[in-house]
Design a binder for this molecule. Structure first.
Ligand code: TRP
Length: 438
């Protein structure tokens, strides 16, 4: 299976995808200690992660962490986009510093929208919706890729450690892809890593909540972050834990400083070998590597290093379109847009594919298939907060006691409430946009 961030299809088998790409399972023990776990977490919609433990540690210890995500300002926002912003807002409540990129360079490069249009779409559609959905201005920031010098500088400078063959292997680029498009993954790396620059508060764990189609970008970014580190902490071939200096300047100073930090962290059995540019830590275990790496990252700026911590990520499943295939802005009947009127939404809901049996009689006898039902998906992702209520609908459908007509009617009512509320909040949001753009 191939994943490509620009034309992802519907993914049936998320677990297979997860295992194939070395994404970790976002199982209950990962999120159960978070405060009031959001329904997207509880219901397995977020199904995978990378290094989420770095984030939960900082939440528990009340230490800073950031969220960074981005959206291309092209077309209208639909329920699939809402899901990511809901997730971001949940993390804001947990204390994260929030950063959202207006991915205007990417939209320009990959979708052919010009930069005046992207600006208009961001200001009139995306940002008002973020605010209407509940994003607070305190401790959050929205910025345009095209206006952020650090992001663009990092794209150029960090690109040094990745070559064309690797880009081709990761993205399958061929000779006809335009150069702006080819650079856009590096811009995204700039997005993700710039929040760790001193100007933006310095080195910290950063969580990137995205759809699984974005994993190639996450892997690229993690590789690049690591490639630019001055220290490398790893298990050696003969099973020792070692800290290695990766550059040729200041080697002795870097080793001395590392020794000091390791001592401070309680490691006493150190063997420093300057010629190998290494320190072996006899009293460290594999589980200590992440912690050691983190503490060494923090001192790298003293030696003109970036000290980037590899970004963490969560991956969510995609919403299926109401028509049963992909939810896409280019197929209006497949998606409910946040600016749809209740009447428009109702019409789409009434025409949606359900998990109902062929006939009423059949349905009553054998029950329906909620796991294949687009209305149930609306409940699951957006419309029903209480797990108990959701479960009841599920069971009733399965046993043939819940009819599709009733579900559609109920979904339309809940959707109407949501859309009216958003519309009201969006109008007020438009006056507040300035507070968010930083
Ligand atoms: N590439 C993302 C998309 O296709 C948008 C994006 C840009 C992004 N920069 C980002 C996502 C940084 C996460 C983090 O929608």
């Amino acid at each position: 299976m191939k994943i490509n961030p620009w034309d992802s299809t519907t993914y049936q088998d998320y677990a297979r995808l997860r295992d194939e790409f070395g994404i970790e399972d976002f199982s209950e023990n990962i999120w159960k200690n978070l405060k009031e776990p959001h329904k997207l977490l509880r219901r397995g919609i977020i199904f995978g992660h990378r290094d989420f433990n770095l984030i939960s540690k900082n939440i528990q210890n009340n230490k800073p962490w950031a969220v960074l995500t981005g959206m291309m300002p092209s077309g209208k926002m639909h329920l699939g986009h809402k899901m990511v912003i809901d997730e971001v807002i949940y993390y804001q409540k947990l204390g994260a510093e929030i950063n959202i990129a207006v991915a205007d360079i990417e939209a320009y490069a990959t979708r052919g929208v010009d930069l005046n249009q992207t600006k208009k779409i961001a200001l009139e559609e995306y940002i008002p919706n973020y605010i209407a959905l509940g994003l607070k201005s305190k401790n959050s920031r929205i910025y345009f890729q095209s206006k952020n010098q650090e992001v663009k500088d990092l794209a150029y400078i960090l690109g040094k450690k990745i070559n064309w063959t690797q880009m081709q292997a990761t993205y399958g680029f061929n000779g006809s892809v335009n150069m702006s498009h080819i650079i856009s993954p590096l811009i995204q790396t700039g997005d993700i890593l710039h929040v760790q620059l001193k100007k933006y508060g310095g080195i910290k764990p950063t969580l990137v909540p995205v759809g699984v189609d974005q994993d190639p970008h996450i892997r690229l970014c993690r590789d690049i972050a690591r490639a630019h580190r001055l220290y490398n902490v790893r298990v050696t071939k003969d099973n020792k834990i070692g800290v290695f200096v990766k550059i040729d300047q200041n080697v002795e100073k870097l080793l001395k400083k590392a020794e000091k930090i390791l001592n401070k962290n309680g490691f006493k059995q150190l063997k420093k070998i300057n010629e190998y540019k290494a320190i072996y830590i006899k009293d460290a275990k594999k589980q200590d590597i992440q912690k050691i790496d983190y503490s060494l990252a923090l001192i790298e700026p003293e030696f003109d290093g970036y000290g980037f911590i590899q970004p963490s990520a969560t991956f969510h499943r995609f919403m299926t379109g109401l028509t049963g295939d992909k939810m896409s802005s280019s197929k209006p009947e497949s998606a409910i847009f946040l600016t749809d009127t209740p009447k428009e939404a109702k019409k789409k809901i009434m025409n949606a594919k359900t998990g109902g049996a062929i006939s009423l009689q059949e349905h009553k006898k054998n029950g329906g298939k909620p796991e294949e039902c687009m209305i149930y998906e609306l409940f699951l992702y957006h419309l029903i907060e209480e797990d108990r209520e959701l479960k009841e609908i599920y069971t009733k459908c399965k046993s043939g006691k819940q009819m599709c007509g009733n579900c559609k009617k109920y979904a339309s009512e809940l959707m109407e409430k949501m859309l009216i509320d958003l519309d009201k909040k969006r109008k007020q949001a438009k006056k507040q946009i300035k507070k968010f753009i930083k």
